[in-house]
Design a protein. Structure first.
Length: 286
């Protein structure tokens, strides 16, 4: 007597495959969000370490916050032997120990958000060559001469009359727990061979899109460099939410649109509230 072995019919196999496909379509986005959530946790930890380094620097220098740019850029072309700019990251790094500031592009330091996808590039030797460690964060610009453009706390010496003056002091910021001083700033121009960057006019920050969208722009000398096309600039984000560092050392995740109200040109409307302004006139702390 023959024993018949029951097998799956074609229809049954197709049903199983369809169920697997449906489950995959449901679960893969969940896995991707979970992975990005883990990266966001790393990002928030990075920012907190940097902020604590800034506060330790502040205590060692009579409550004077570090300069954004501490010295002139030395364009000597020695891309693999020495840093060519001296700024906030070099001033704060002794409290953090991120690593070499020159050589090929370095990742996995506290200055790098693991979700930041853009290779660094300054036009010498291709993307990632001679750039030092990546910097995924920007710092708010303080201008004594242009307070409505440089309403942050770190002096980069951008405007005439700013050079030679210090950054804001910790005591000069009335509401440090309500004042954002650090923001996710992803672009090919932010790396340790020079220094962590800022905006000349902080009020135009929300004119840049939230990652994964980007604004493709050129440098001051045109579309130079080795990056394909022009450079992409984004406000960094995880699932549409950005992490911002406050002067008291805490980090908060929120939509970037909450920073301030914008005008028709997506520029700060020059009215309170402004969560990056040190001046309590524009940042009342509530």
């Amino acid at each position: 007597m023959k024993h018949l072995h029951k097998a799956f019919t074609l229809i049954e196999l197709l049903v199983v495959i369809a169920i697997i496909a449906i489950l995959a379509a449901i679960l893969f986005p969940v896995f991707a969000q979970a992975r990005d959530k883990a990266r966001q946790a790393v990002d928030m930890s990075n920012e907190k370490q940097i902020l604590l380094g800034i506060l330790m620097y502040d205590q060692d220098y009579d409550e004077m916050l570090p300069l954004g740019e501490a010295g002139p850029v030395n364009w000597n072309g020695l891309i693999n032997t020495a840093p060519e700019g001296h700024g906030i990251n070099l001033l704060v790094d002794p409290y953090i120990k991120a690593g070499d500031t020159w050589g090929h592009e370095g990742k996995t330091t506290v200055w790098d958000d693991p979700s930041d996808p853009y290779a660094r590039d300054d036009g010498d030797g291709g993307p990632g060559i001679g750039t030092g460690y990546r910097i995924s964060y920007g710092f708010t610009n303080y201008s004594p001469t242009h307070p409505l453009q440089g309403f942050g706390v770190f002096n980069y010496g951008i405007y005439a009359g700013d050079s030679g003056q210090g950054s804001q002091t910790l005591a000069g910021v009335v509401y440090p727990a309500n004042t954002i001083v650090m923001f996710p700033w992803w672009n090919p121009d932010n790396y340790a061979r020079f220094y962590a960057t800022t905006r000349y006019d902080m009020g135009d920050l929300l004119g840049f899109p939230i990652f994964p969208a980007y604004l493709a722009i050129c440098g001051s000398s045109g579309c130079y460099g080795d990056y394909p096309g022009s450079w992409p600039f984004s406000i960094g984000a995880h699932n549409g939410i950005s992490d911002f560092g406050y002067l008291d050392g805490h980090v908060k995740a929120m939509p970037a649109s909450r920073l301030w109200n914008v005008d028709a040109n997506k520029h700060w409307n020059m009215k309170a509230p402004n969560m990056m302004a040190w001046d309590p006139q524009y940042n009342p702390g509530n």
